[in-house]
Design a protein around this ligand. Structure first.
Ligand code: HEC
Ligand code: HEC
Ligand code: HEC
Ligand code: HEC
Ligand code: HEC
Length: 498
């Protein structure tokens, strides 16, 4: 038999047997659909995560099933033929005559060629699948409801252009495999609606920051000050602004000699801690590595030292402070201040801060109720406060309602039980959390010395709850604030250097 004949026999066999036929149809159609979907995606027509799931998971799966059906069909066909031949032979000759095998084993050449082509296709498809599964749009929207809070906050974060996997998976085959296994488990939980709401933190299986954050940021790079002008508006009629201006001492401190906030993550330093219940909120003890390699331990004043299980202990790294590096939830008052500052909420409306907070804080049962409730409350408030509303005021009100709804949508996710304060930030010291978990007078070493906590350890103030953003600059009121600030900073540096 020539190759062509053998090929024909193969095709005929497959087309006679229903299993083989199904296999051929499945393989060919999923292959062609895949090509078509890829084309649409390359043209930018398709971006949806579900279609991506179909293209990269379902189609290759169907393709493989089809491929498996083909040899099965061929085998069934040959068995049937052999049986038919045997029966024919038995009729004519002796019952124990053996039938010749149809086809011929050299058919393997054909099969081998096909297999090579198939393997090529499958490896391209799985490469595309892995790449696709690494895109934020997949991670953020494939299990839509579950990841909605993280996706919403991610898109407005400083890392909106950084892929989820750069922080959550990191590099290396091991990380890839474990993340895919974990992902499969989560998909399972999502399918059976068995996941926790809200998604619990801290995330314990996060890769060490050295392998993720430090690929893009590294400790040597932090030096000098970072200035933060915080504006807080009042509850009065004009929502009057008050300023607190901080110079955050973000230095790592290795080169400059004096230590700042990133001292903890400098190559030479290490801080360890054990927290009660492993929630990383309440510290049992904190340790600092000394130059000679020994550890200096701070424990809670007047409290017997409890032994912390090994897994509650941790070496402090980036995410102990930057736990909200990307999924940044706002506090309601700070969120409103921020929108007022940007003019998205309108200070020409009387008592706007008070009224907006009044509309934002109630516990609405779901998103629709919240959208309607926010609009109704603000409409109601201003029909009382401004009975004769001008067209400009009407516009200002509508703008403010839209901005208030947007604040709600960014921060509150009723389906995932994410509400105000569900995910507190550790980057400040509100309610004695964040830095004050360790920097407080309760944690003391053997000599009774506490972890330092004086108010200028981490920041100096250029203004403190003041009508002016640069209150402490020794400048006359009409001086150029920029110039005054630079003068101040110069003096501060001279003081620091002494
Ligand atoms: C810049 C790094 C970074 C990026 C990018 C990032 N994350 Fe995170 N994510 C974190 C850190 C850090 C935590 C850990 C918070 C903790 O342990 O308290 C976290 C926590 C989470 C959590 C747990 C819930 C929570 O808010 O703490 C989920 C779910 C999550 N991320 C999903 C995503 C998804 C989906 C994307 C992409 C759309 C993404 N992340 C992108 C850094 C990142
Ligand atoms: C793939 C690179 C990449 C990774 C990984 C990454 N970042 Fe970033 N990070 C960036 C970029 C880009 C910016 C934005 C810089 C800008 O806006 O000037 C940024 C900004 C920041 C900022 C400044 C935010 C602000 O208020 O301006 C912080 C803090 C930060 N990252 C912390 C982290 C932490 C913590 C991690 C690890 C969990 C991390 N980053 C991982 C690239 C990365
Ligand atoms: C002890 C707490 C702490 C640790 C640990 C920490 N940071 Fe920070 N980091 C801060 C604070 C506080 C700021 C200033 C925040 C602000 O401006 O609101 C900051 C600022 C930053 C900025 C912005 C710097 C700039 O020049 O504006 C980046 C980027 C950053 N951190 C990344 C990291 C990375 C990456 C790590 C781990 C290697 C890390 N941080 C470890 C507390 C910390
Ligand atoms: C897990 C505990 C812990 C947390 C959380 C923590 N620190 Fe620290 N920090 C320490 C310890 C311990 C020291 C070293 C104290 C010493 O050596 O006397 C230190 C030292 C410092 C120093 C100065 C070091 C020096 O030698 O002058 C600064 C500045 C600082 N921390 C800022 C912060 C800021 C800002 C935050 C919050 C964003 C923060 N720390 C969160 C434990 C912590
Ligand atoms: C261990 C470091 C550290 C110490 C000690 C510290 N702070 Fe802070 N403080 C911070 C950080 C970090 C922030 C957050 C900066 C930001 O929001 O960007 C902050 C923010 C603030 C703010 C601004 C809050 C706002 O939103 O307006 C005030 C006010 C403040 N601190 C006052 C104090 C006072 C008063 C003390 C002394 C009792 C003190 N701090 C001690 C680290 C520290």
């Amino acid at each position: 038999m020539t190759l062509v004949e053998r090929y024909r026999a193969f095709v005929r066999g497959l087309s006679v047997n229903p299993v083989g036929r199904a296999g051929v149809v499945l393989t060919t159609s999923s292959f062609l659909t895949f090509l078509f979907m890829e084309l649409l995606r390359l043209l930018g027509v398709l971006t949806n995560a579900y279609i991506g799931l179909i293209t990269y998971l379902l189609l290759p799966a169907l393709f493989v099933v089809g491929l498996a059906l083909i040899p099965l069909g061929w085998w069934l066909y040959r068995k049937a033929r052999a049986r038919a031949d045997r029966e024919l032979l038995a009729e004519r000759f002796s019952p124990d005559a053996v039938a010749p095998r149809p086809g011929g084993s050299r058919l393997f050449v054909t099969v081998a060629v096909f297999t090579l082509v198939n393997l090529l296709f499958l490896s391209v498809a799985s490469m595309r699948m892995l790449t696709f599964m690494d895109t934020p749009v997949f991670c953020g929207t494939a299990c839509h409801k579950v990841m909605h809070p993280e996706w919403a906050t991610y898109q407005v974060s400083p890392h909106a252009r950084v892929r989820c996997v750069d922080c959550h998976v990191g590099e290396g085959a091991g990380a890839l495999v474990s993340s895919k296994l974990n992902g499969a488990r989560q998909m399972f939980l999502a399918m059976f609606n068995a996941y926790e709401r809200p998604v619990p933190t801290p995330v314990r299986q996060l890769r060490p920051a050295r392998e993720t954050c430090e690929k893009c940021h590294w400790p040597d790079k932090f030096y000098g000050y970072r200035q933060q002008v915080r504006v807080h508006y009042g509850m009065d009629r004009d929502s009057t602004p008050r300023y607190t201006t901080l110079n955050l001492k973000i230095d790592t401190g290795e080169a400059a000699g004096h230590a700042g906030i990133h001292w903890h993550v400098a190559e030479a330093n290490a801080v360890r801690y054990a927290s009660a219940e492993d929630e990383r909120e309440e510290m049992l003890w904190v340790e600092v590595r000394q130059k000679d390699g020994t550890w200096r331990r701070f424990t809670r004043r007047g409290r017997p030292v409890t032994v912390a299980p090994e897994e509650w202990q941790r070496t402090l790294d980036c995410v102990d402070c930057h736990n909200r590096a990307t999924h940044i939830y706002e506090e309601p008052d700070a969120a409103v201040d921020e929108r007022l500052r940007r003019g998205l909420m309108d200070r020409s409306l009387p008592f706007v801060r008070r009224e907006v907070l009044g509309a934002l804080l109630p516990d609405y049962p779901d998103r629709d109720a919240a959208m309607a409730g926010i609009a109704a409350r603000l409409e109601g408030a201003y029909s009382r406060l401004l009975p004769e509303m001008t067209a400009t005021q009407r516009q200002a009100l509508e703008k403010t309602i839209t901005a208030t709804q947007a604040v709600y949508n960014r921060n509150i996710h009723p389906l995932m039980a994410v509400r105000w304060g569900t995910y507190p930030s550790h980057l400040d010291h509100r309610r004695d959390g964040g830095c004050f978990r360790c920097h407080n007078q309760e944690l003391v070493d053997a000599t009774g010395a506490a972890v330092p906590h004086d108010c200028t350890l981490c920041h100096s103030f250029l203004a403190y709850d003041s009508a002016r953003p640069y209150q402490f600059l020794d400048a006359p009121a009409d001086d150029d604030p920029e110039a005054a600030m630079h003068r101040y900073l110069r003096e501060e540096f001279i003081r620091q250097g002494e």
